[in-house]
Ligand binder design. Structure first.
Ligand SMILES: *Cc1c(COP(=O)(O)O)cnc(C)c1O
Ligand SMILES: [Zn+2]
Length: 501
């Protein structure tokens, strides 16, 4: 639809103009810092930052219902820059002009209702939001689109050039960073640091394919993160971990999309997300708070953060009911199938503490909950979901397993509706499915396959067959007919097929 065909009340707001007054705000000393240079921690006290719009109140001049219509009408635009996370430009990165936006197809991922069988088993109405259907097959693309659009804006203004982007990664951050950096070559080069043997082969193939410099480091993610922090403090590099507040801003789109998808009715909704470095749950809380403050949603949904017992420092922190007694203790992680969330010292923990408090106060009642789940439950729920038509990754299984825990302990009730985050595509983590099917999990995981969920290919080569075809070596017609008959008879026998009558 052409813009002159849109309603007159919407037209002035349809195509976003640069605006707002963004600053980095320190969560420690509250100092504000300008965004002209790339900052990751407060130069005064070293704490993490969040981006804050000093002119946020201007957005309240438009009422919530008009905002809802603006977003709905923007859906129809054919302008690439507002097809992704910048549909919510005023909330995602108002200073970034549309011609600096990098759009690779991220965001607006499908929300798929679970089938009857799975909802019955889960005991609640729920939907998966398939963030594995982002360009690099995880939600990290949302944050990268934001961080790289801002860097692109700085490049186009001539403020920076020849940027070397760097990140530590449990696999998906590096895939996303390398992809977006490759799109912006030659202005940006990308280097990624991965914990050796702690990312899947599919994840490793991604930054390699995008042409990044890939470094494998002994240890786990937390060790890589320390090296990257040391590099970003000493050298002139652009840090693309979620310590970078621009990443958080982009990932807020996940909550805006849920609000829009459900017609902004959030009172009876539960948003379930896995927690690793805690960037995503930070963004989800911050996003809903911003929509709530501007009247776009009239209630804050429940948030349920889920961790594996093998990497559960956030859960442990909140398991102390009395806020004054809570102490954050980083932990040493154990192997987890939710490998992208295998993090013992989440960088965004101070943001989580700050935002959980704000969120619950804004809601007037506790609305943020945490659950821990076993490795066994993660695998069983992932495979069960996928047997019912989903493409959930292990973290999607972790989220669904966490929803079960919350239903049992009363944090969530069966009258609510859950939106469960499958943060990546199942294919990235198919190695864990193989281990389950072959009962070959190393001891550390403590996962035993449920025979009802195990599957495997059957090689069909009837012993009576003398000749079988091979690539470049077709059989003669007679031998081929024998082959087709013998193989199809065996398959029909295996499947118990009945002859046509
Ligand atoms: C990064 C990641 C997580 C954890 O998200 P955080 O923002 O680090 O808490 C979960 N699942 C997948 C697939 C990821 O890539
Ligand atoms: Zn500070």
């Amino acid at each position: 639809m052409r813009t002159d065909q849109f309603p007159e009340t919407i037209r002035p707001h349809l195509i976003p103009e640069p605006g707002g007054d963004l600053v980095y705000r320190c969560l420690g000393c509250q100092t504000e810092h300008g965004i002209e240079s790339l900052l990751y921690t407060c130069p005064d006290c070293g704490q993490v930052l969040l981006l804050h719009d000093r002119n946020f109140d201007r957005l309240k001049a438009i009422d919530g219902e008009t905002w809802q219509q603006i977003f709905d009408y923007r859906r129809m635009l054919k302008i690439p820059a507002v097809k992704g996370i910048y549909r919510y430009h005023e909330f995602i990165g108002p200073v970034v002009p549309l011609d600096s936006v990098v759009y690779l197809g991220e965001g607006h991922t499908p929300v798929v209702e679970a089938n009857g069988t799975l909802q019955e088993k889960a005991g609640i109405r729920f939907f998966y939001k398939n963030d594995g259907q982002n360009p690099s097959a995880s939600f990290k693309d949302r944050g990268m689109a934001s961080a790289l659009s801002y860097i692109n804006f700085l490049i186009r203004q001539g403020l920076v050039d020849q940027v070397l982007s760097i990140c530590a990664s449990t696999g998906d951050t590096s895939a996303a960073a390398a992809l977006y950096a490759a799109y912006l070559k030659p202005h940006i080069k990308s280097a990624v640091l991965l914990p050796h043997k702690k990312v899947t082969p599919q994840q490793l193939s991604q930054p390699l394919g995008s042409g990044a410099d890939v470094f494998e480091i002994p240890g786990v993610f937390d060790d890589c993160m320390k090296v990257v922090e040391a590099l970003s403090e000493t050298y002139n590099v652009a840090l693309l971990n979620s310590k970078n507040a621009w990443r958080i801003l982009g990932q807020e789109s996940y909550s805006y999309e849920i609000a829009q998808e459900f017609e902004y009715a959030m009172a009876d909704k539960v948003v379930v997300v896995p927690i690793g470095n805690a960037g995503n749950i930070t963004a989800v809380m911050n996003g809903f708070l911003k929509f709530h403050e501007t009247g776009i949603i009239d209630a804050l949904p429940k948030i349920l953060g889920v961790q594996s017992v093998h990497a559960n420092p956030v859960f442990e922190y909140y398991s102390e009911p009395e806020a004054e007694k809570r102490r954050f203790v980083p932990m040493t992680v154990k192997p987890s199938v939710a490998q992208a969330a295998m993090i013992g010292n989440p960088v965004s923990m101070p943001r989580v503490i700050h935002l959980v408090d704000r969120y619950n106060r804004a809601a007037g009642t506790p609305r943020v909950f945490f659950a821990e789940v076993t490795e066994q439950d993660i695998m069983d729920w992932q495979l069960t979901a996928n047997r019912n038509g989903h493409i959930a990754c292990t973290h999607g299984g972790e989220s669904l397993a966490g929803l079960q825990v919350a239903l049992k302990n009363g944090a969530v009730t069966s009258s609510e509706t859950a939106i469960v985050d499958s943060t990546a595509h199942a294919l990235k983590f198919s190695g864990f499915q193989d281990m389950y099917f072959q009962n070959s999990f190393p001891d550390g995981y403590a996962v035993q396959p449920d025979p009802a969920l195990v599957n495997g290919p059957r090689y069909v080569h009837p012993p009576t067959l003398k000749q079988v075809p091979a690539p470049g070596k077709p059989l003669d017609p007679e031998a081929f007919a024998v082959f087709v008959k013998a193989v199809s008879d065996q398959i029909a026998g295996d499947l118990g097929l009945k002859k046509r009558t």
